[in-house]
Design a protein around this ligand. Structure first.
Ligand code: SAM
Length: 218
C-alpha cells in the first residue's frame, strides 16, 4: 500500500489495520508497521483508540509514582510512554518489533531506552530487570503470541505488576486464556484485576473488543 499522507479517509486508514492484522510473519508485520509509523498515531487516534485511557488509569491505580523501571512492551510510537511520562513515571524503557515505530517514539524523548526486540522470543534483559511491565495493543490478531508472557514474567521483579491488553477474540481462540490460566495454576503470577471487554476502536471497527488484565508476578 502506498503512503498517502494527508489524503487518507477512514477506509484508507482501516486498510493499514487490515494489513497488519493479516501479516503472515514478523517480517511482514514489521514492514507493515514501518510503513505506517509516520501516520499511525493520527490514524489510530481518529478511530477513538480507547485502550490508552483505560490502561493509564489502571497503571495509575497499581503503580505508585516512584515505581522503578517500567517496560512498555510493544511500545510502538510511544502513546503510552507519553501518558506515563505526564503522570510522573520517569524510568521508562520500550521495546518493539518495528524500527520505524521506535523511531517515532524516540523523538518524544520520554523513554530512557528504546530497543528493537521481539516478544515471543528470548528478551535481552536480565531476570527481574523491571519493577513493572505494561503492554497495550500488542496481544492481538497476528501479533505477539501468548508465549511472550514467560519472558515478561522472567524480567519482572517478584510482586511486580504485569498489565496488558488482549483482543477479546484472540484471548479466547488463540491460546491466551489457556496460557494465562496455566501460568496462574503454576503459581507464576496472580490475577489482580480484569476489565470487561470494551470496544478498542469504536470509531474505526466497532467489532474489535479488548480486555485489560493486571497480574502480579510471583
Ligand atoms: C497496534 S500497535 C500498538 C503500539 C502501542 N503500544 C500503542 O498502543 O499505540 C502494535 C505494536 O506491536 C508491535 N509488535 C507486534 N508484534 C510484536 C512482537 N512480537 N514483539 C514486539 N513488538 C511487536 C508492532 O510493531 C506495533 O508497534
Amino acid at each position: 500500500m502506498k503512503h498517502q499522507k494527508n489524503t487518507m479517509n477512514s477506509s484508507d486508514r482501516s486498510q493499514w489495520l487490515d494489513k497488519v492484522y493479516s501479516a503472515r510473519n514478523n517480517t511482514e508485520l514489521a514492514e507493515g508497521y514501518d510503513a505506517w509509523a509516520q501516520d499511525y498515531e493520527q490514524d489510530i487516534l481518529s478511530f477513538g483508540y480507547k485502550i490508552p485511557a483505560i490502561m493509564s488509569g489502571l497503571i495509575g491505580r497499581y503503580l505508585p509514582s516512584g515505581t522503578g523501571r517500567i517496560l512498555d512492551a510493544g511500545a510502538g510510537t510511544g502513546i503510552l510512554g507519553e501518558n506515563l511520562s505526564m503522570m510522573g513515571y520517569e524510568d521508562l524503557v520500550g521495546i518493539d518489533l518495528s524500527a520505524g515505530m521506535l523511531e517515532v517514539a524516540r523523538k518524544k524523548g520520554v523513554y530512557r531506552n528504546l530497543q528493537q526486540m521481539t516478544l515471543g522470543q528470548k528478551l535481552n534483559f536480565a531476570d527481574n530487570a523491571f519493577a513493572a511491565t505494561v503492554s497495550m495493543g500488542v496481544f492481538t490478531e497476528g501479533h505477539a503470541p501468548a508465549e511472550s508472557f514467560d519472558e515478561l514474567i522472567r524480567i519482572t521483579e517478584p510482586r511486580g505488576y504485569i498489565i496488558f491488553s488482549v483482543r477479546a477474540d484472540v484471548y479466547l481462540n488463540q491460546g491466551f486464556k489457556k496460557k494465562q490460566d496455566s501460568l496462574k495454576k503454576e503459581g507464576k503470577w496472580r490475577l489482580v484485576e480484569q476489565t470487561e471487554p470494551f470496544q478498542a476502536l469504536p470509531l474505526g471497527n466497532s467489532k474489535i473488543y479488548n480486555l485489560i488484565f493486571a497480574y502480579r508476578a510471583s
